[in-house]
Design a protein around this ligand. Structure first.
Ligand code: GAP
Length: 441
């Protein structure tokens, strides 16, 4: 098994990610997140929100509808240009994306392939109840347009001034020809994006473009992805999306294969000018200081939450030799991303005094963080279980705890153990996980 397969297998076994609708044979390109995966994904989104909105004063948040007036997709160019080239095997009729180097023969049966045809990726849906009167619309192909159609609403309801941004997280849908690579290319997935409005000035907008490239790269590194496994890849002119003036991908080295994780795009004034044209609404911005009126340029950062989840998992996975003949599988997830921050154990499940103290600690810590409980098997086994789940700390209540009011805290990465007073435990863990310390540092 290669590392990707090992991570996929661990993801299923430990409840990170399951195939969608599995008991009915699945549905290609859909995935369900289990208890651990839900926590991991939520933590990634919370960190995105924190760094993009909470810690800044120039970005606000939005949560737009998935289904929009179909004219939006005409204006955005998606109905005309959001397509992939598709080829079909003349023998087995399997279909493939033609831009992924399959060559002239069918990769499944070696049959001859048709010439590429354009295949639109928008997922159609119908609203209304009366047959014949249903309105055809689409599940959004990118979360972006919900922001741009609200440009004027945001200007009039908040105090933002250019340069400013709008961040959003939400589901997007694409009729991918060949979903695959585990969750890498799905038909339903989540995006986390920033649309940053700047003056329509080439020099100024390129400065912002470079700034956001660095910010986004630094964000992944700050959450523990090994720098060596990340790189920028510039889109060549003929690879640019229909809206882009310039684009770079942040790519992750998925065990030898560089894969796109996030795109940083210079969208020019494509979106606002198109919505102005198609809706008839004035989308210009009035600069109070210079008294200028203009359509802003847009710098976009567009990441996939599912891809980030997958690559954080892959990067964190390690098989480590503990001693001769013994290996452990460990997920070295950044504590901020780990599904459970700490696991609490009574040394022995049949000693009520130990269980009582451990339960009290468990209940108390749960007010502040996700805590796991385990009293099965021996301590060594419980550590291994938590290593695989990525839990950074394990707290054990033993007989010394009863007299000394302290516990053993075991660190996932170093496997070292500390003795910590029960009343200090909450802050001890919070400081280790990251964020503000008790002293306010
Ligand atoms: N608003 C710009 C936009 O949507 P994109 O490069 O098409 O740009 C941005 O998508 C990100 O969304 C990608 O870098 C990727 O992380 C994620 N993404 C795109 N298609 C995906 C799919 N089929 N499955 C999972 N994630 C996908």
């Amino acid at each position: 098994m290669d590392i990707g397969e090992k991570v996929a297998s661990l993801a299923k076994r430990r409840g990170f990610i399951y195939p969608g609708s599995e008991i009915y044979g699945g549905l290609a390109g859909t995935w369900d997140y289990g208890p651990l995966g839900t926590e991991l994904k939520r933590n990634i989104k919370n960190e995105f929100w924190k760094s993009m909105i909470q810690e800044r004063s120039d970005v606000v948040g939005l949560d737009a509808a998935i289904i929009m007036n179909p004219k939006v997709w005409e204006a955005s160019g998606h109905l005309e240009s959001f397509s992939d080239p598709l080829v079909e095997c003349k023998r087995c009729h399997h279909r493939f994306r033609a831009d992924h180097g399959e060559g002239k023969k069918c990769p499944d049966c070696g049959g001859e392939l048709t010439a590429p045809k354009k295949f639109n990726l928008m997922v159609e849906t119908y609203l209304g109840v009366i047959e014949g009167e249903k309105q055809k619309t689409y599940l959004r192909g990118e979360i972006t347009q919900g922001v741009h159609v609200n440009f004027k609403n945001i200007l009039s309801s908040t105090r933002v001034k250019i340069p400013f941004g709008v961040a959003q997280i939400g589901k997007a849908f694409r009729n991918e020809i060949t979903p695959g690579g585990f969750t890498f290319r799905s038909r339903e997935f989540e995006q986390m994006e920033l649309q940053y409005y700047v003056k329509p000035d080439d020099k100024e907008s390129m400065k912002q473009f470079e700034y956001w490239k660095k910010e986004r790269m630094d964000w992944y590194v700050s959450l523990g992805i090994n720098k060596k496994n990340l790189r920028f890849k510039e889109h060549a002119k003929d690879e640019l999306a229909h809206y882009a003036k310039a684009a770079f991908d942040i790519e992750y080295n998925a065990k030898g294969e560089w894969k796109e994780m996030e795109g940083i795009h210079h969208r020019g004034d494509w979106d606002v000018s198109r919505h102005q044209k198609f809706s008839g609404e004035d989308m210009t911005y009035f600069d109070e200081e210079t008294k200028e009126k203009f359509l802003p340029y847009i710098i976009e950062t567009s990441g996939g939450v599912d891809r980030a989840t997958l690559f954080f998992l892959m990067d964190a996975y390690e098989e480590e030799k503990v001693k001769e003949g013994e290996t452990r599988a460990v997920l070295r997830l950044h504590p901020k991303l780990a599904p459970y921050k700490v696991a609490v154990f009574p040394l022995l499940a049949n000693k009520p005094k130990l269980v009582d103290v451990a339960k009290r600690i468990y209940d108390d810590l749960k007010k502040d963080m996700m805590v796991a409980w385990d009293e099965r098997g021996n301590i060594g086994k419980r550590y291994r279980t938590q290593d695989e789940a990525g839990t950074p700390f394990c707290v054990t209540v033993d007989f010394d705890s009863l007299g000394n009011d302290d516990v053993t805290v075991r660190d996932r990465d170093t496997m070292k153990q500390d003795r910590v007073k029960i009343k200090e435990l909450d802050w001890y863990l919070k400081e280790k996980i990251g964020g503000k310390s008790k002293e306010g540092k």
